[in-house]
Design a protein around this ligand. Structure first.
Ligand code: IMP
Length: 454
């Protein structure tokens, strides 16, 4: 069967920990969208591994697949694989022949366009994600399969590179170097193709996964980022360029919707909100310069709120894995979660970081929005409208700091009562049962209520 793991907010909900936890029962872990913009840290046998592209399951001896919906930077891919090998692991990573390749000019253009966009900048990770998906949709992309076929690679580069060079030089008035040089790109990427072929890494993703399922194996489909960063269902234009929502799991792997729908879809929820990047955030606490729109630290939200924001940011380690940027933080946003529950059809929830809020007297959630004088329970369709929404808060009594490792061992009933009240509210509102509760960073610090593979 398949289990699909989806971020229900703005990324960084702790999906990696859940993939890790349930991934034990999986034989294959496949990513279905995104690229090396998705940072995750895996702790295995006391060792920490920071990965941004390779599926975390590969650290634990599973087959890791990068699906056709991914955009793949071969430099990052091989760097990560080589680092894992140097540390004594033998990761088995497969890459879809239909996945698109991030080339150096995509990264360069990501940076250039973000600077140009000013207020419309999404605060991207500058990994070239958007420009690569643009070329995919514009039918001028280079796919992994093309790297294995030098003539096709040459033909694709000869068509696309002069356009990219003209864009950088003539439209954006930038100097270009070898990132825009056909011969250099051809030589470098042909070599990547040779290595992919030598190591037998490329697959027809849908066929590969379907064969595994037919053989009775368990497949996990791992989404990166989160629902509100989805290009269709998120807060456009402050989004990533792919579909982290569950629908992406079918298009981005080549498995049919009935196959994915036959399995489970687990929404990963962080017990509060964090956001790296720009755009509105109705339940935000305090602000972060350069990310919170119109943020003025001298005219901030008040000392108490700033202090609370800093407390949650530090307790939760809310600094980007890929970029190191401090993340914006806020209370849980229920309209955002209701939107996610509908768009993804969650069959279960994993609520993470419940320990981070421990010790606060009061925990709030944005229960609904006030929008143009009316109460609404879900997100409006345009981001301009979302920016006009004011959260109406609901208050919960806080829960104490406890020995979370003991709680994880003892099970759900050992979670402090006020925290359970909070969890049950979320579960009721989203009409989905809580399958797991994260109470600490390690994978043993999770209260498992239900294992979807059992
Ligand atoms: P891109 O994916 O690099 O193009 O960035 C687009 C938007 O998605 C920006 O607001 C990023 O901060 C955000 N983003 C991309 N990847 C992640 C992630 O893994 N976690 C959280 N935010 C992300």
């Amino acid at each position: 069967m398949t289990v699909t793991i989806v971020g229900s907010q703005l990324g960084d909900e702790g999906k990696g920990g859940v993939v890790d936890l349930y991934g034990d029962a999986a034989d294959v872990v496949a990513r279905y969208q995104g690229g090396d913009n998705a940072g995750h840290t895996v702790v295995h046998d006391g060792e920490k591994y920071k990965l941004s592209l390779v599926p975390s399951g590969a650290v634990r001896g599973k087959i890791g697949v990068l699906g056709n919906g991914c955009v793949v930077n071969p430099e990052t891919l091989f760097d990560e694989i080589d680092t894992l090998r140097e540390r004594g692991l033998d990761p088995d990573v497969r890459v879809a022949e239909r996945a698109h390749v991030i080339l150096p000019y995509h990264r360069a253009l990501d940076g250039i366009e973000e600077e140009e966009k000013d207020d419309l900048a999404a605060g991207t990770t500058k990994r070239g994600i958007g420009p690569t998906y643009e070329d995919k949709a514009g039918r001028r992309g280079v796919r992994i399969g093309d790297l294995l076929d030098p003539d096709t690679l040459r033909e694709r580069l000869e068509y696309v590179v002069p356009q990219k060079k003209a864009l950088a030089e003539d439209v954006f008035d930038k100097e270009t170097g070898e990132a825009f040089d056909i011969d250099h790109l051809y030589d470098t990427y042909r070599e990547y193709g040779e290595r992919l072929a030598e190591e037998g890494m490329t697959v027809d993703c849908g066929t590969f996964l379907q064969e595994r399922i037919d053989a009775g194996e368990n497949v996990m489909l791992e989404g990166a980022q989160g629902t509100s960063l989805d290009i269709d269902h998120g807060v456009y234009p402050y989004v990533t360029s792919s579909n982290p929502t569950a629908g992406g799991a079918t298009v981005g792997t080549g498995l049919g919707p009935t196959v994915v729908g036959d399995g489970e879809v687990i929404g990963i929820v962080k017990a509060y909100l964090s956001r790296v990047g720009t755009g509105p955030l109705p339940t935000e606490l305090g602000g972060v310069e350069g990310q919170t729109p119109d943020y003025d630290p001298d005219e901030g939200a008040g000392e108490d709120e700033e202090e609370l924001a800093t407390y949650i940011r530090d307790e939760g380690g809310e600094y980007g894995t890929v970029t190191g940027r401090p993340r914006r933080v806020g209370w849980l946003d229920m309209p955002m979660l209701r939107h996610a529950a509908r768009a993804n059809g969650f069959t279960g929830l994993a609520v993470n970081h419940v320990d981070v809020l421990a010790g606060l007297d009061e925990v709030k959630v944005g229960h609904s929005y006030e929008f143009d004088g009316e109460e609404i329970l879900t997100m409006p369709s345009t981001t301009e409208q979302w920016g006009r929404c004011e959260a109406t808060f609901k208050s919960f009594d806080g829960w104490p700091e406890v020995d979370w490792a003991a709680v994880a061992e003892d099970g759900y009933e050992a979670i402090p009562e006020n925290a359970r009240t909070y969890l049950e509210y979320v579960s009721d509102e989203l009409d989905a049962p809580v399958y797991a509760v994260g109470v600490g960073p390690g994978r043993e610090e999770t209260v498992v209520v239900e294992n979807p593979y059992e």
